[in-house]
Design a protein around this ligand. Structure first.
Ligand code: OOG
Ligand code: NI
Length: 456
């Protein structure tokens, strides 16, 4: 069967529909997540009403219509084969692996990447991404337990037959038409669904859980259930404040940088994972906690230099924030981050953040110039520099999110075990370098405004 290329849905369309289907499924599975969405929607509405400049800026950037769309989710898989197949699944939706995250440094036996869109138009349309962790059985000390876990994982297939067929069809045709895309979405969704029935008996679950709760979460179920989704908030401090009154057990502190005039990177918080009833093999009942809800607020992407400064200041702050409540934690962060410039022009001139350059209306109407340089064009109001939004994750923050859902469970013995090569081998491809992606987008925008402004 040959399908004309013009009938194919774009990968952006498929990603958007998939993200929406996932949100509907997760709200039905975890009702408290629906409550979180309502809370975020209310805070966003009130923030926009109180800040008309923000509302205008978001409207001008086409952000208002997609404010409610989820920004990310997360899953954890058990084997190289599962990860490699997920790479092919996400490719259907224009999502590629970006970045390597070593969580062993934080005592969690996984390493991870983020599957996400990378080009400008795709990110603007729908930036949905999935933080995907791979379990590292090799970090388990007990050989018997390692082998037991590997044997259980070897028996499961987390993809439906229809999902595999849809992926192969996409690869063979170079796209999917409407009906094929709908089938792909329905079949792919099955991989992320929750299963109340564990594949193992309670005793096996408990043995794996005793090594690390995350190992039990990955190994004992039929699939890598989506463990959270994350909408975007315009005021994370307010959302955090309101979570307890909405009946949510919020994590103690907001992860990431403090509140600033020029937001940087990513701030996150969550409600903690819920305890859910599980039927184990052999008919025994038990419980498991895995699924939670998160919110995020994104700021500008930092250059390697900006990131170094961020990491250093965060390290300084961490020595002083242990055990503090969120309010005190944020006060310390604000004090320490006074050393991080909080003015767009300074951030740009000092090479701390990435920017997108574009002509202003005046620039588009102006005469071409000979040898125009960027700073002069900006000073003359012909070109403007807009910060690039950070599209990735932060290992220290991710560790904080993991740990708040693992009852503080960690294991120092795992630490210091980054192995990007092994991860890429399992994935079947190298992960993209996030800094190079931002630098490239900045370079292209710079060259295109300079070209547009210079005389032939
Ligand atoms: C993923 C935690 C990381 C984030 O937003 O940093 C994450 C997980 O718990 O599986 O989602
Ligand atoms: Ni997350």
């Amino acid at each position: 069967m040959k399908v004309p290329v013009s009938c194919f849905l774009s990968s952006d369309d498929i990603r958007e529909r998939f993200a929406r289907a996932m949100s509907t499924m997760y709200q039905a599975e975890v009702p408290q997540y629906g409550t979180l969405l309502e809370l975020v929607e209310r805070v966003n509405r009130e923030t926009l009403e109180a800040d008309s400049a923000l509302a205008e800026r978001l409207a001008a950037h086409g952000e208002l219509e997609r404010l409610d769309a989820e920004r990310h989710g997360a899953i954890r898989v058990g084997t190289a084969q599962e990860l490699a197949m997920l790479r092919r699944l996400f490719a259907v939706m224009g999502m590629v692996p970006v970045g390597y995250y070593d969580l062993s440094a934080a005592g969690v036996p996984v390493h991870a990447t983020a599957f996400r869109p990378i080009d400008e138009a795709a990110l603007a349309r729908n930036p949905f991404r999935i933080f995907t962790s791979l379990l590292r059985l090799e970090l388990i000390e007990s050989q018997a337990l390692r082998e037991r876990a590997a044997a259980i994982l070897a028996r499961r297939d987390i993809f439906t037959e229809g999902c595999r067929e849809s992926i192969s069809l996409h690869e063979a045709q170079g796209g999917l038409d409407e009906e094929q895309a709908e089938r792909f979405i329905a079949e792919a969704l099955e991989t992320f669904r929750w299963h109340r029935d564990a594949t193992v008996d309670l005793e096996t679950y408990e043995a794996l859980h005793a090594e690390h709760r995350l190992i039990a979460d990955v190994v004992c179920f039929r699939g890598p259930h989506i463990n959270h989704l994350t909408p975007r908030t315009l005021n994370i401090d307010e959302a955090q404040r309101r979570m307890p009154d909405a009946g949510m057990n919020s994590k103690a502190v907001i992860e990431g940088p403090p509140r600033r005039a020029c937001p940087i990177l990513l701030r996150q918080t969550s409600f903690k994972a819920l305890e859910e009833g599980i039927r184990f093999a052999g008919k025994r009942q038990g419980t498991h906690t895995a699924r939670f809800g998160e919110i995020e607020q994104r700021g500008m992407a930092l250059t390697a230099r900006g990131r170094e400064l961020y990491d250093r200041l965060l390290g300084d702050a961490r020595r002083r924030t242990a055990g503090l409540d969120n309010e005190a934690h944020q006060r310390v962060l604000e004090e320490v981050f006074a050393d991080f410039p909080d003015d767009e022009t300074v951030l740009r001139r000092e090479g701390l953040a990435f920017f997108h350059y574009r002509l202003t209306d005046a620039g588009a109407a102006a005469d071409r110039l000979d040898g125009a340089d960027l700073e002069t064009l900006i000073a003359q109001g012909l070109v403007e520099a807009v910060p690039l939004t950070y599209e990735d994750f932060l290992p220290v923050s991710a560790a904080g999110i993991f740990q708040s859902n693992l009852g503080g469970g960690q294991n120092e013995a795992y630490a210091g075990n980054a192995n990007r090569e092994a991860f890429e081998q399992a994935l079947g491809t190298p992960v993209a370098d996030e800094l190079a992606l931002y630098a490239e987008r900045e370079r292209i925008s710079r060259e295109s405004v300079l070209e547009a402004m210079s005389a032939e």
